[in-house]
Design a protein around this ligand. Structure first.
Ligand SMILES: Nc1ncnc2c1ncn2[C@@H]1O[C@H](COP(=O)(O)OP(=O)(O)OP(=O)(O)O)[C@@H](O)[C@H]1O
Length: 229
């Protein structure tokens, strides 16, 4: 589903590579935690998948398509295949819960009929039924993140990229959010989650890819946050 072949990324005005010679294969339906210290390259890895940044060397493939050679006009189609969830939720502040999620489908040109069917289903799945009319500032952080997840998932993308989705949440709420992501993963969605949250990684026991200074130093199934070495 996602493949990195000998990928390096050096940002402009930077001497040290953010990623160096990364080889990584993530199969359809996997749940992968990407861990590592601040600056180790986690966000850069996600940005390359989205073509928010280009590679300096190597190849990134998403669903068999080479992202680097994708013409600009095809980037929106790539991004439709990939839901994104961030630490800071990024909700539209003047739209209510329902509208935030519906908007993601409106921009894809979905019919009103389809939207009226799928938005309530998705809000129920993430546990927000009854809160449709609330504005983001009337929700807790955990609820706001549920809206963001509903919005990312409402068009059923095959891939969900999550960059520190629990970074602003307390431990109990964080665990609820990751359990929700786990449930979404069980519907067949591939999930890649960059995180600093050791408790979450240790509890979920998924595949763990650890980055250090832009290198993969560990890739372990049913892994824990620290290598224990
Ligand atoms: N736009 C940019 N221009 C120049 N250097 C950048 C840019 N974005 C990131 N970097 C550098 O690339 C390296 C990797 O950064 P990245 O954001 O991928 O790390 P990270 O593991 O996601 O960190 P954090 O956990 O703090 O979010 C760092 O050295 C960072 O300073």
């Amino acid at each position: 589903m996602i493949r990195f072949e000998n990928v390096s990324k050096v940002y402009a005005r930077s001497t040290r590579p953010a990623l160096s010679d990364i080889n990584l294969e993530i199969e359809r339906g996997e749940f992968v935690f990407v861990v590592g210290a601040s600056g180790s390259g986690k966000s850069t890895l996600l940005r390359l998948v989205l073509k928010e940044e280009g590679v300096t060397q190597g190849t990134v493939l998403v669903a068999g398509q080479e992202v680097g050679s994708l013409p600009h006009r095809k980037v929106p189609r790539l991004r439709r295949e990939i839901g994104t969830v961030f630490q800071d939720f990024r909700l539209l502040p003047n739209k209510n819960v329902y509208q935030n999620v519906a908007f993601a489908l409106q921009v894809l040109g979905r019919s009103g009929h389809a939207i009226r069917q799928v938005v309530p289903e998705t809000l129920e799945m993430v546990g927000l039924e009854g809160k449709e009319k609330r504005l983001p500032h009337e929700l807790s952080g955990g609820e706001q993140q549920r809206v963001a997840i509903a919005r990312a998932f409402v068009n059923k993308p095959p891939i969900l990229l999550c960059d520190e989705p629990t970074g602003n949440l307390d431990p109990t709420t964080s665990l609820d959010i990751v359990r929700l992501l786990d449930r979404i993963n069980r519907t067949g969605t591939t999930i890649v989650m960059a995180t600093h949250d050791d408790d979450i990684v240790d509890q979920l026991r998924k595949r763990v890819v650890e980055l250090k200074n832009g290198h993969i130093i560990r890739d372990e199934n049913k892994g824990v946050y620290g290598s224990g070495s």
